[in-house]
Design a binder for this molecule. Structure first.
Ligand code: EPZ
Length: 420
């Protein structure tokens, strides 16, 4: 299993490109199952999760042709097998995103239950409840979701008990081919939901209100293919901005979109960073200053993203002063804390709150990654740790960060991948 070895105390300086958003690419790839004709998706990040989603479509008989620079052409008319097997779904929860399109287009679907993961139980009850409201017959047995509908789904008025990103995305996709109108209330407002909706509209869907908590969809008979480029990844952008801040450097993220990062940018400025926004890039300059501690509470968009929580725990661990980080979205998303404490961080957990007192520098230690964002945070912690930090189980990182060591090396970090 590969590991990442990071030599500490490098100030990051320079400019790197931002990749396409993983959490936008995954639903958009799944939406190709709705299209009558071929679909071309561009600006895809080269990530394990994207490969897994393509592999999943491949096992169903969908033809995928790789284009240049990580674009791909998907022909879903060749689909043969309406089954998403446990062997693939267990490696990537987002596989559940094929359920809505399959039942909407083919009236039938068998999808393995994704099961929990390190950060929480992550049920999919709201996905299923919404599809049943649209007329699907759902039953769950031997670890699989069996869904069927007699003819097309029917438009429905759906209220989501909890804001769920992929739940909203599954129902949004299903509603595009339902008879009549669907209203999804308490919908997720994440930019990745908006990106998916814009792609569906390019395929001929009739959608309004995406980006608000009430999305209205008028079903259409069919959807055509389209060419759609995935938006830039706001979480990758935020991760490198935090790395620049804690290393007291100056970094520019090319292709980044500041308009979808208000909560993160506000917190970085509160921490003492100078942020300048150009047409298609963001520059953070710490001017050599140590960051100041900032209090953070995660919540659904436009609130502070849970996917940036671990990164800010690291930033606060090295900041001047004390702070609290409250995680309200997932029940177990502090696994990075124990690893950071082993690196000398001063953090105390009380329920869903981390109480942090900043230290001047961390100490290198062998640490272990547990989930995607926690593992990226351990890597950036290694940038400000005395000695060599070895991060194990970095397959988590490869799921969501394209070429992380190359991008950090471009910024002057001393980091390399070592096979074990
Ligand atoms: C998406 O996961 C993202 N993944 C996650 O990013 C992100 O952390 C999360 O949204 C929250 O922003 C993708 O988009 C592929 P949820 P998702 O459904 O949709 C509860 C990363 O690091 N819930 O919004 O699975 C659930 O338990 C990943 O890139 C139900 O109770 O998250 C959680 O507490 C990690 N019933 C809350 O809602 C349901 O049916 C939010 O989960 C669905 C969800």
């Amino acid at each position: 299993m590969d590991k990442l070895l990071i030599q500490g105390s490098a100030s990051l300086v320079g400019e790197i490109p931002v990749s396409g958003a993983k959490n936008s690419a995954l639903p958009i790839i799944a939406s190709s199952l709705l299209a009558e004709g071929p679909m071309v998706i561009g600006n895809l990040p080269h990530l394990q999760d994207v490969t897994t989603m393509i592999e999943l479509l491949g096992t169903m008989g969908v033809e995928v042709v790789m284009g240049e620079r990580m674009s791909m052409e998907i022909h879903s008319s060749t689909i043969k097998d309406l089954v998403a097997p446990y062997s693939l779904v267990k490696t990537m929860r987002a596989s559940i995103l094929v359920l809505g399109p399959m039942i909407a287009r083919h009236g039938k679907a068998k999808v393995s239950l994704p099961g929990g993961c390190a950060i929480g139980s992550r049920p999919v009850d709201l996905h299923l409840k919404g599809l049943e409201a649209m007329g699907a017959r759902i039953n769950v047995e031997d670890g699989y979701i069996y869904a069927e509908s007699d003819g097309r789904l029917k438009g429905a008025h759906i209220f989501m008990d909890t804001v769920t990103v992929t739940g909203t995305e599954n129902l949004l996709m299903a509603a595009t081919l339902a008879d009549g109108e669907t209203l999804i209330e308490n919908a997720a407002r994440e930019p990745e939901v908006v990106d998916l909706a814009e792609c569906l509209i390019a395929m001929g869907a009739k959608i309004e209100g995406h980006g608000t908590s009430a999305i209205r969809i008028k079903g259409v008979p069919t959807l055509k293919g389209c060419h759609y480029d995935v938006m830039p990844d706001r979480i990758e952008t935020g991760t490198y901005l935090v790395a620049a801040a804690l290393s007291r450097g100056k970094v520019t993220l090319k292709g980044a979109r500041a308009d979808i990062m208000d909560a993160v940018i506000a917190k970085l400025e509160e921490a003492g960073a100078t942020i300048s926004i150009q047409k298609d890039s963001i520059t953070l300059d710490m001017e050599g200053r140590r960051p100041k501690a900032v209090n953070v509470t995660t919540s659904p968009y436009p609130g502070f993203p849970t996917d940036m929580q671990a990164q800010f725990v690291v930033l606060n661990s090295l900041a001047e002063g004390s702070s609290t980080v409250v995680e309200t979205v997932f029940e177990n998303r502090f696994m990075h804390v124990n690893e950071l404490v082993r690196m000398g961080a001063n953090i105390r957990l009380e329920g869903n709150t981390a109480i942090i007192t900043g230290v001047e520098q961390l100490k290198a230690a062998p640490v272990m990654a547990t989930d995607l964002r926690a593992s990226a945070s351990l890597v950036i912690a290694g940038l400000k740790a005395e000695g060599e930090t070895l991060v194990d189980r970095i397959y988590h990182i490869d799921r969501g960060y394209e070429c992380i060591e190359e991008k950090l090396q471009l910024l002057g970090a001393k980091i390399k991948r070592v096979a074990s």
